[in-house]
Design a protein around this ligand. Structure first.
Ligand code: SF4
Length: 408
């Protein structure tokens, strides 16, 4: 049995306000709209007065509403392979079909807000640049961004100088589009709010170090919404104060998200958006709490510092797990296993997202040899449900959990 988090209603209202605000900005023309990749320079865009839309968030909603699988072939038909990012293909497919799940969820919204500028950061993958480039051609709007280094061990001053320089180089174009100059004090305030949001989000996730854990990975994928689309705003900060307080009360009361928690799992990789509920129920049904993940933790950016807004943004975007080398990733996951007292790891090998699938270069085997913590790789995808075998997932997960229980 899974327990509802009461703050969910408040979060739904905040997300609704965000989407209606975006829609208003785009339809009234009162505010310029920027599309931004999830760990792109959102702080800069907000500080410059843009309303910020995140296509990855839209694509995740396409996945969660199970609209994505039918839309992917539409993008395949214009030359975007079924093997590349299914966020990209489902989102472009939705555009070509003229549909969006936002219309159903938020009456009055007819389409995704049209952008005045597209701003990417390739820190996660090349697909985001290709994705935005398609819209730039289609809509005739400027596409600018940051080309990030990859597979970094230590984040050095040279890396930070490079990315900070690229962020600064975006400013003249953004000033031209927004029609106003960057106010450095406003940027400092925005970065300070992002820092506060990230700190609260870390505390929210770390309530799951308690046993039983008051929230699961599946809850986290929903409740990370404000951290993704509203970082740099007071709304996100206020929301996480409320959520944290509820979760702390749950910890104090010994109230677990999964009744009778017996096994604690770390999830490595993307969620399967169209199977969130099923996966949540599958694990809860075998007294297993999936309590920590790389994915949800990727929205923790300790580097944000209002005293050095641009350099600290560069550092935060570079320190992201997905940007780092395998030795770093192994150290990171090892730390998480100890912090959350984990019994086993599940790697989601997402067919169309190699960058977020860390089971392909021997990492699970190396980690298992070092820590003795067993792991299971499940094949699937974030949005393309044709890559997901429910029966195989269930059988493999149940056998894995049984094996962990026997080993305890
Ligand atoms: S990281 Fe993966 S899911 Fe995200 S945009 Fe890139 S390929 Fe798509």
């Amino acid at each position: 049995m899974r327990k509802k988090i009461q703050a969910t209603d408040l979060m739904n209202r905040i997300m609704a306000d965000y989407f209606y605000g975006l829609n208003e900005a785009a339809t009234s023309g009162r505010q310029k709209v920027a599309w931004c990749t999830s760990v792109g320079p959102a702080e800069l865009l907000r500080a410059m007065g843009f309303a910020v839309q995140f296509p990855e968030n839209h694509a995740a909603i396409l996945g969660a509403t199970r609209m994505a699988t039918d839309l992917i072939p539409v993008a395949n038909a214009i030359g975007y392979s079924p093997d590349i990012c299914s966020y990209l293909t489902s989102d472009i497919g939705a555009y070509l079909k003229g549909i969006t799940p936002l219309s159903r969820a938020y009456p009055g919204i007819e389409s995704v807000p049209r952008p005045d500028v597209l701003v990417f950061n390739t820190n996660q993958c090349r697909d985001v640049q290709d994705w935005f480039a398609w819209y730039a051609r289609k809509l005739g709007v400027p596409c600018i961004g940051i080309s990030s280094p990859k597979s970094i061990g230590e984040v050095t001053d040279a890396h930070i100088d490079d990315v900070a320089g690229q962020i600064k180089a975006l400013i003249p174009t953004l000033e031209m589009i927004s029609g106003s100059r960057l106010d450095l004090d406003r940027l400092r305030e925005t970065v300070a709010l992002s820092r506060e949001c990230t700190e609260l989000w870390r505390q929210v996730l770390e309530t799951a170090t308690a046993s039983p854990a008051p929230l699961t990975f599946f809850d986290g994928t929903i409740h990370m919404g404000p951290a993704v689309v509203l970082r740099g705003t007071p709304e996100a900060v206020d929301y996480y104060k409320v959520l944290l307080s509820e979760l702390e009360q749950r910890v104090a009361a010994g109230d677990g998200a999964v009744a009778d928690e017996a096994v604690r799992i770390y999830w490595e990789g993307m969620p399967v958006w169209g199977r969130l509920r099923q996966h949540s129920e599958l694990f809860a049904g075998i007294r297993t709490a999936v309590i920590a993940s790389t994915y949800c933790s990727s929205w923790i950016f300790p580097a944000f510092d209002p005293r050095e807004p641009i350099r600290s943004m560069a550092k935060a975007y570079l320190e992201l797990f997905i940007v780092r080398s395998d030795p770093y990733k192994e150290r990171y996951i090892k730390g998480m296993l100890a912090k959350f007292n984990i019994d086993g790891i599940i790697y989601h090998d997402a067919k169309t997202c190699p960058c977020n699938s860390n089971s392909r270069y021997g990492l699970p085997q190396r980690l298992e040899a070092e820590t003795g913590i067993p792991s299971l790789v499940i094949s699937g995808d974030l949005n393309d449900l044709r890559c997901v075998s429910d029966e195989q997932t269930r059988t493999n997960v149940e056998a894995f959990i049984e094996q962990l229980e026997e080993g305890k």
